[in-house]
Each structure stands twice: as structure tokens, then as C-alpha cells.
Design a protein around this ligand. Structure first.
Ligand SMILES: [Zn+2]
Ligand SMILES: [Zn+2]
Length: 83
């Protein structure tokens, strides 16, 4: 089994993401890559169907749609295939 480093899908390699806090858009360190902008994926994984590989899950908080880390793949956009 091998793995390789790719640009973080969640923050698109920026290392930071915008989050809405009390209606104010603020930069936060990416929760998936910890600000590195890259992440390690295993080669035998498949694209997450829940978030369609984006690593993001849209949730509504007080009527504001905000990106959250996908609870299925943990924000990597990749999951282990099920048999
Ligand atoms: Zn990231
Ligand atoms: Zn996902």
C-alpha cells in the first residue's frame, strides 16, 4: 500500500479557510491539513460520495450556510472502499 502527498482539498492548498463567526467571515487554520496546505492520501481509497470529494459538508448555522469538515471522510475527500 502506498500513499502520496497532494494539495489539501478542503482549503485548496491555502492552509486557511473562511468561516462565518457571528456573520463575520474570518480566516482560520484549515482543520484538515493544519495549515500545511497538503495532505497524505492512500492510493487504495476512493472519492467520498457524501461530499463528492470536496471534503466539505454544508451546514446551516442560524440561517448561514457554512462549510464544515465532512464527517464521513474527515475532510480528505477520500474514503476506504467498502466491500
Ligand atoms: Zn487544508
Ligand atoms: Zn467526504
Amino acid at each position: 500500500m502506498s500513499s502520496h502527498s497532494v494539495g489539501c482539498r478542503y482549503c485548496k492548498g491555502d492552509g486557511s479557510v473562511k468561516v462565518s463567526i457571528d456573520g463575520v467571515w474570518t480566516d482560520q487554520v484549515c482543520p484538515v491539513c493544519g495549515g500545511a496546505g497538503t495532505m497524505i492520501i492512500q492510493e487504495n481509497t476512493v472519492s467520498c460520495r457524501y461530499c463528492k470529494g470536496s471534503g466539505k459538508d454544508k451546514v446551516s448555522i442560524d440561517g448561514v450556510w457554512t462549510d464544515q469538515v465532512c464527517s464521513v471522510c474527515g475532510g480528505t475527500g477520500r474514503v476506504n472502499p467498502r466491500r
